[in-house]
Design a protein around this ligand. Structure first.
Ligand SMILES: *Cc1c(COP(=O)(O)O)cnc(C)c1O
Length: 230
């Protein structure tokens, strides 16, 4: 797994040097290794390399990996949430990055044994294909979440468009940060909203520059099994 260690070192170098260049503290940033495309063995190797935050986007796959890796890892669910599946995994994860509608908030409230730290997914770019609440409905949505105390909104999450347009990506990340600042200024107990989950393999440097606290990095960090690296 030398190739894996090299990838991890290279990403860590990029993160640290970006932080140094812009005067951010590296410790403000959590790297979530998105292991959805790789085997449990490789996810274990990621853990052994010192990254303990793992991200998955399908409940079954997360649960399968968990049986082997168990609770040494901190589990982030980053995928689309289906209502009928919430009960299967909601008590097995540490963070949910993809709360995108009120019916999911209600289902979590019903099924969760304790308060869950969640990110609210925001569709900043307004692409039809993307889920998430719109910036216009964000504040009222978050206030409504207050009625469901199993859901704590610790931050906002977004996905930038698949685009080579770095200015566009930056604009979207910056908008998410501004929205985060507006919500956190409300000082809501159920929604401290201090965190920003943004930045993937192709855009994590821009995300750091724009204030990301959680990077969700898949291929650049762990590779993809299809590349024959398992
Ligand atoms: C797959 C995925 C990622 C990681 O994507 P990479 O481009 O492989 O880094 C991040 N966030 C979400 C929501 C994803 O589904």
């Amino acid at each position: 797994m030398r190739e894996l260690q090299q990838r991890i070192q290279r990403i860590e170098y990029d993160i640290q040097s970006t932080c140094d260049r812009i005067g951010r503290n590296r410790l403000e940033i959590t790297v979530v290794a998105v292991t959805k495309e790789v085997s449990t063995a490789r996810a274990s190797a990621v853990m052994d390399s010192g990254i303990i935050h793992l991200g998955e986007n399908r409940p079954e796959v997360l649960l399968d990996k968990q049986v082997i890796i168990q609770d040494e890892a901190i589990w982030h669910f980053i995928g689309n949430v289906q209502s009928r599946k919430v009960k299967e995994f909601i008590n097995k994860i540490d963070y949910l990055h993809s709360v995108d509608r009120m019916s999911i908030v209600k289902e979590i409230h019903k099924r969760s044994n304790q308060t869950l730290d969640c990110f609210l997914q925001v569709n900043v770019s307004g692409e039809m294909s993307k889920s998430g609440v719109t910036p216009a409905e964000l504040a009222s949505f978050i206030k409504e979440v207050g009625a469901y105390d199993k859901v704590r909104i610790i931050g906002l999450m977004t996905m930038a468009p698949l685009s080579g347009d770095k200015d566009l990506i930056r604009t979207i990340f910056r908008s998410l940060r501004e929205l985060r600042d507006e919500i956190s200024a409300l000082k809501l107990l159920h929604a401290p909203c201090t965190q920003l989950s943004m930045g993937m393999s192709n855009d994590f440097i821009i995300a750091i520059e724009e204030g990301a606290t959680h990077l969700r990095i898949g291929t650049a960090l762990v590779g993809a099994e299809s590349e024959g690296e398992a």
